[in-house]
Design a protein around this ligand. Structure first.
Ligand code: ATP
Length: 275
């Protein structure tokens, strides 16, 4: 066996409502997905089918959540992989894994009785950087070429339609061939949340937590400029841990403020260490 770790959950239970903020990204994505949902009309009108969507933006902003929600919305099976899984020392192995991933998508969809599959590839820049610029460029080239071959070969009339959603925070590193028509020709920006988005994300991650009356999410949203959704999730989790430690059965505003400081400090340490 190839021993590749594919995280294949038939259809994830994430919906667009579980994603805070990101209104523009959600709208653009849903608009593109409506395309996917109407293959007959697309074919009749001779419209080029949508094969790939590229999500770009900083880490922890909800790109994976969006891809999962896309699978839920289109009732597709969902397969997740990371660009780094396709990078191997031995020539041809990466390309073989790409081929296998598409095969897996088709067979999983058939097994689950679904007509479509979404393949999510995180950190696509690792396998699809500009060709000819890597050290072991031959291997990378074969892997990227195989991805392009698979996408070029996808057709609307197949019994399982495949949509590839890729994510990157380094769109500048991507091989331009990836963005040609019929490949990743939709680009959706997933930015850091604005104040309103941060408040929505905080609300989502506190909805099942016991909150003291003094907690004001609007204030917290104002004081967390620059935080990603992942940071905000950490804030809510840390605040709950602090409450637990104090033997408090409700989370107070003081817990949240301390949690914000803790997440900020952790972020600074991370930056310092990665220098
Ligand atoms: P990476 O680039 O690091 O893979 P990503 O953009 O794919 O990050 P996700 O994996 O989707 O980010 O998000 C990580 C976690 O952060 C989520 O599981 C969720 O808890 C929280 N999160 C991020 N963005 C949002 C959001 N918009 N709404 C709610 N939760 C969010």
């Amino acid at each position: 066996g190839m021993n590749r770790k594919v995280d294949a959950t038939a259809t994830p239970l994430v919906t667009f409502q579980d994603i805070g903020g990101q209104r523009a990204a959600k709208n653009e994505l849903i608009e593109a997905l409506d395309f996917v949902l109407r293959p007959r009309a697309i074919e009749r009108l001779g419209i080029r089918p949508l094969k790939g969507i590229l999500l770009t933006g900083p880490p922890g902003t909800g790109k994976t959540l969006l891809a999962k929600a896309a699978a839920q919305y289109t009732e597709s099976v969902f397969l997740a992989a990371s660009g780094s899984e396709f990078v191997e020392v031995y020539a041809g192995v990466g390309a073989q894994r790409v081929r296998q991933l598409f095969r897996d998508a088709r067979s999983l969809a058939k097994r689950e009785g679904r007509q479509s599959a979404i393949i999510f590839i995180d950190e696509i820049e690792v396998m699809a950087g500009r060709r000819g610029q890597h050290q072991s460029h031959l291997e990378y080239d074969q892997t990227l070429n195989q991805l392009l071959v698979e996408m070029d070969g996808m057709a609307t009339h197949e019994d399982v339609r495949i949509l590839v959603i890729a994510a990157t925070n380094r769109a500048d590193l991507l091989d331009p061939a990836l963005m040609r028509p019929g490949r990743f020709d939709r680009l959706v920006r997933v930015d850091l949340p604005d104040r309103e988005g941060r408040e929505a994300i905080l609300a989502l991650h506190t909805q099942n937590k016991p909150m003291a009356d003094d907690v004001d999410l609007a204030v917290l949203a104002r004081e967390t400029y620059g935080f990603s959704g992942a940071h905000l999730e950490s804030v809510c989790n840390e605040a709950a841990i602090l409450a637990l430690r104090e033997g408090n059965d409700r989370i107070t505003m003081a817990h949240f403020k301390a949690a914000v400081d803790k997440v900020l400090l952790g972020e600074k340490l991370d930056r310092h260490l990665s220098r």
